[in-house]
Write a protein that binds this ligand. Structure first.
Ligand SMILES: O=C(Nc1ccc2c(c1)CCNCC2)c1ccc(-c2cn[nH]c2)cc1OCc1ccccc1
Length: 337
């Protein structure tokens, strides 16, 4: 790990570990050049074992996803023993813990979050990916209380496009669609809509629509698709949940239909904006790229994103600029020509 940490310390101050999940630990960090805070996910390849391909899938997916509600990957450092992912800082932690802390959310607060989830999912699907593991643990809250989607380790990008059927049964059972747990061929985007329905129920109710400590009993409940609506749900919420938690995927709402659904539009009177607000220049055009009067990053036409220090510096500067912070590199440049 030391060689990787030495490489890391060239560009980042590395602070305390803030979380350690299955096969990764997350440390806080700060990008020295820009002063921006980051999260650093550290994985030991030995501990990953057969999960290593899943990390590669996640890294490749995140390199292609750039959206205001998808957690941003800035840099990847790989040594013979470890993989380090430098990620967008989300100090609000997991949506899961937020719901637990508040027991359940009001319809109004749920709507704010749900519109962001719909925005993220519409974008992810538009890029040809199905997430397949949507749950409150995989939605983080950033410093402006915006949701950021994480964990693309189980995502799929069918060769023939999202209309192609998938076979792998994966994700967390409680959020998994009936067709997925029954081992049928399924459409990734349709299964994601079911998971969004379970997530919407969890936000509004504070517990899961289908739950049982016995796995087979849980599967039966999901396949049957019956659940009780608690009395505090509005008729609009009950209807939307019913349209998303349809056992027959062909009767289920699509993400597109969600974007201007009456329940989603209530109080906003406008459909969900799902386009990315972060332009991704896969191949930066030739002319000079001025981020700020003091900084020109000369780019070649064939610059490809290596997710190295240059990528991280560029993306973190862009993020600072978008937050309206002064864009300066440290140490302060002596003079700006
Ligand atoms: O920035 C991240 N987390 C994070 C940062 C600061 C703080 C907290 C949390 C909450 C705990 N109190 C200290 C404040 C953060 C960013 C990206 C990813 C990430 C992106 N793909 N995969 C993982 C994971 C992250 O974390 C996981 C976590 C750690 C402790 C608890 C809750 C969540």
């Amino acid at each position: 790990e030391q060689r990787g940490v030495d490489e890391l310390r060239k560009y980042y101050e590395v602070y305390e570990t803030i979380g350690s999940g299955g096969f990764a630990k997350v440390k806080l960090g700060r990008h020295i050049l820009t002063g921006e805070k980051v999260a650093i996910k550290i994985m030991n390849k030995k501990d990953l074992g057969e999960d290593l391909p899943r990390v590669k899938v996640e890294i490749e997916a995140m390199k292609n996803l750039s959206h205001q509600h998808v957690c941003r990957l800035y840099q990847v450092i790989e040594t013979s023993t470890h993989i380090f992912m430098v990620l967008e800082y989300c100090p609000g932690g997991e949506l899961f813990d937020y719901i637990v802390a508040k027991d359940r959310l009001s319809e109004e607060e749920t709507r704010v979050f749900f519109r962001q989830i719909a925005s993220a999912m519409a974008y992810v699907h538009s890029q040809g990916y199905a997430h397949r593991d949507l749950k409150p643990e995989n939605l983080l809250i950033d410093e402006n209380r915006n949701l950021k989607l994480i964990d693309f380790g189980l995502c799929a990008k069918p060769k023939g496009g999202l209309s192609y059927e998938l076979m792998t049964c994966c994700g967390s059972p409680a959020y998994a669609a009936p067709e997925l747990i029954q081992g049928k061929a399924y459409i990734g985007s349709e299964a994601d809509v079911w998971s969004m329905g379970v997530l919407l129920f969890a936000l509004l109710c504070g517990y899961l629509p289908f739950d049982d400590e016995n796995c087979m009993a849980l599967y039966r409940k999901i396949a049957r698709g019956r659940y009780d609506n608690p009395r505090w749900l509005s008729p609009g919420s009950v209807l939307l949940l019913n349209q998303m938690l349809q056992v027959d995927p062909k009767r289920r709402l699509s993400v597109r239909q969600l974007l201007d659904h009456p329940w989603v539009m209530k109080d906003y009177n406008s459909p969900v904006e799902w386009y990315s607000r972060q332009p991704v220049y896969t191949h930066i055009q030739k002319p000079k790229y001025v981020i700020d009067e003091c900084l020109n990053i000369e780019t070649e036409l064939t610059l490809t994103w290596r997710y190295d220090q240059t990528t991280a510096t560029y993306l973190l500067l862009l993020s600072k600029k978008q937050k309206g912070k002064p864009v300066r590199l440290r140490p302060e440049p002596a003079v700006c020509e």
